[in-house]
Design a protein around this ligand. Structure first.
Ligand code: G3H
Ligand code: 13P
Ligand code: ZN
Length: 349
């Protein structure tokens, strides 16, 4: 199956009332792990690459691997997404490669660190939407700022510093025409999100619900949504790792989000933990091993297990065969003739 539009994939998820995990990739084994899980659970899937991933793997290697995944898995809808694009140029280059979706993260300036103004965010996101939609490519925007820093990306600080204002979310959706809207509700990228199991004082599900009430048809996106399970932390630490005690986003909170308009859930850290734990275990318990396959294979398997679990928990499992992909050129026509709406339905306060 050719790569599909993320807009189509999310519209279908909305119809079916489920969420879709968006898993970060940097290399072949991670792509294979996702495809193994998608095949096993019969799930449509979003594969995403950050700027750091594109640099690490080199654009063409990574994109050709995704094309191989699509060719080898003709029954699985796959959207290829640019995660946290920092500028118009980054999004343009992803579209030139063949990505079917881009995130223009205009919540931060181009340096990927400094929070931008609302007007700057609207301006750059709107420009990306115009350019991408003409080419049938989906756009995710972000309003509000997440906490933490990953690979140099992020404003730092706590997830509570820049929680999304629901009125701004409405205005942002109306003025940009984004297909999906990432919001800040207290989560952060990376392993250190919360110092104890989060409650409503730090994980603002009430804000998410308020935004969904105002924008009932908008596909919401939760970033920083790894659950950082204790068992994965323990494996890393059991075999020489030094992770400090930490909590992530409980799966049941994500499921509450899915019942309230969340259609895309970003997960990277859980997979990083699974991979690192599996590799540590082999190298610690069998120090005589030196063939990378001896630790990459269990690492791939450990990531597959996490991804398959999330696919089931988010509800995307079993939905791979629900629909046929719409050609990206037809998606472009849909944006042009208005059959694919870009104006959100806004409910009164
Ligand atoms: O946005 C955060 C993702 O976990 C990607 O992280 O920029 O280190 O590749 P990265
Ligand atoms: P985690 O660090 O919680 O996995 O978040 C990943 C993410 O939001 C990627 O954009
Ligand atoms: Zn993110």
């Amino acid at each position: 199956m050719p790569l599909v539009s993320m807009r189509q994939l999310l519209d279908e998820a909305a119809k079916g009332g489920y969420g879709v995990g968006a898993f970060n990739v940097n290399d072949m084994e991670q792509i294979q792990a996702i495809m193994m899980a998608a095949k096993e659970t019969k799930s449509p899937v979003i594969v995403q690459a950050s700027r750091g991933a594109r640099q690490f793997a080199e654009d063409l290697y990574l994109f050709r691997l995704i094309q191989a995944a699509a060719e080898l898995n003709p029954d699985i809808p796959i959207a290829m997404h640019q995660d946290h694009g920092n500028s118009f140029e980054t999004c343009k280059s992803a579209i030139a490669l063949g990505y079917t979706s881009v995130m223009m993260d205009g919540s931060l300036k181009e340096d990927g660190k400094t929070p931008s103004s609302f007007e700057e965010n609207v301006d750059v996101t709107r420009r990306v939407v115009d350019y991408a939609h003409e080419r049938g490519v989906t756009v995710e925007g972000e309003i509000g700022v997440l906490g933490g820093v990953e690979d140099g990306h992020g404003a730092g600080g706590s997830g509570l510093d820049h929680i999304t204002d629901p009125d701004q979310a409405v205005e942002f959706a109306e003025r940009t025409g984004v297909d999906a809207l990432a919001i800040a509700i207290g989560t952060s990228h990376g392993a250190y999100k919360f110092t104890k199991k989060p409650d409503g004082s730090v994980l603002k599900m009430d804000v998410l619900i308020a935004i969904h009430k105002r924008l009932p048809n908008t596909h919401l996106v939760m970033h920083g949504s790894s659950s950082v399970p204790k068992d994965l932390q323990d494996i890393v630490n059991q075999y020489g790792g030094k992770l400090k005690e930490t909590w992530g986003v409980p799966v049941e909170e994500i499921q509450l989000g899915i019942r309230n308009g969340v259609r895309k859930i970003n997960v990277d850290t859980d997979n990083r933990l699974a991979i690192t734990g599996a590799i540590r275990k082999v190298l610690w318990t069998q120090p005589e091993k030196f063939d990378p396959r001896d630790y990459m294979k269990p690492a791939r398997e450990a990531m597959k297990k996490v991804v398959a679990a999330r696919m089931t928990e988010f509800g995307q499992a079993g939905h791979a065969g629900d629909y046929k992909p719409i050609a990206i050129t037809d998606i472009a026509k849909g944006y042009a003739d208005g059959s694919l709406t870009t104006q959100p339905l806004v409910a009164a306060k």
